[in-house]
Design a protein around this ligand. Sequence first.
Ligand code: PLP
Length: 351
Amino acid sequence: MEVDVIDLRSDTVTLPTEAMRDAMRDAPVGDDVYGEDPTVQALQQRLGKDLGFEAALFVPSGTQSNLLALLAHCERGDEYLVGMDAHTFKWEGGGAAVLGSIQPQPVVQLADGRLPLDQVAASVKPIDPHFARTRLLVLENTWNGRALPLEYLESAHDVARAHGLSLHLDGARLFNAAVDRGVSARQICRYFDSVSICLSKGLGAPVGSVLLGSRVLIDKARRWRKVTGGGWRQAGMLAAAGIHALDHHVERLAEDHARARRLAEGLSGLPELGEVSHHTNMVFAALPLERQRALATHLASHGVKIGVGYLPSLRLVTHLGIDDAAIERSLEAFRSFFLGAGASAQRFGTG
Ligand SMILES: *Cc1c(COP(=O)(O)O)cnc(C)c1O
């Protein structure tokens, strides 16, 4: 019998549930370039209402959503302030520079992902022909699983406003942050002029992100979506998956967070692994790269997949496809690597 592979690489690997597939198949659809797909409209209206924005735009990916936000907020020769390790700076192919002639001004982040606000303020350029025009502050929440405190968001908002900047949130995992902080996603969004959320991460939809903002901003973003080739037609089948995810997969994120905690507890104390930490649905553990590779090979032979090569520490991610049994099976596989096959059963018991 085939044993299910346990995939801890990312929460992007989730597969649509049967109920989600039913919702997709049954969705009423139309041509969204004409604004005639009722399910896309429903998704956009629902998220706008839930998160407190005038308008919303359903797009294929988080990368495109963030790009459209940058293109809508900034013009050629403008710049945005962004964390040195932020997705919108480091992991999106430099799209804003390539396609918008928009310059990023990175700010070194603290270990918890915050951008020091004195550095933010100091990075704003004077209005002078020598300089790019600083227009926008971009934050990310969660960042490497870490949910930013609301007080920080409020202070960041105040600093940005004091310097005439708009604020964009890369909220790929906004709902993880909300569940972790015990606040509504809307409470996080109120500090921002625009927010991008991913439906295809922990929420478990196969495709899609949504950009939220004012009607004026979203109209600009819609035009840029067309320019970048992202106008789509009967996208309601995908929007239906997003609506289903919002109805059924938000509160359950708490389960992913609890399983990440359980995984971290089980890993801490294993030889070789440095400090093990967990934040929302992610677990991090320091391990030299070459040992990461050996570990990945060992785990693969036990049906457990981990990602290697992008980060200096292991990153393990829990999601819809990881249940309690998968956590225990994964821990067994980790123990057999670090402790040897016999030791794992002996020292920790198998019950
Ligand atoms: C995944 C992710 C994105 C981009 O989403 P894609 O759909 O992969 O393009 C943006 N920001 C963060 C923080 C992400 O994790």
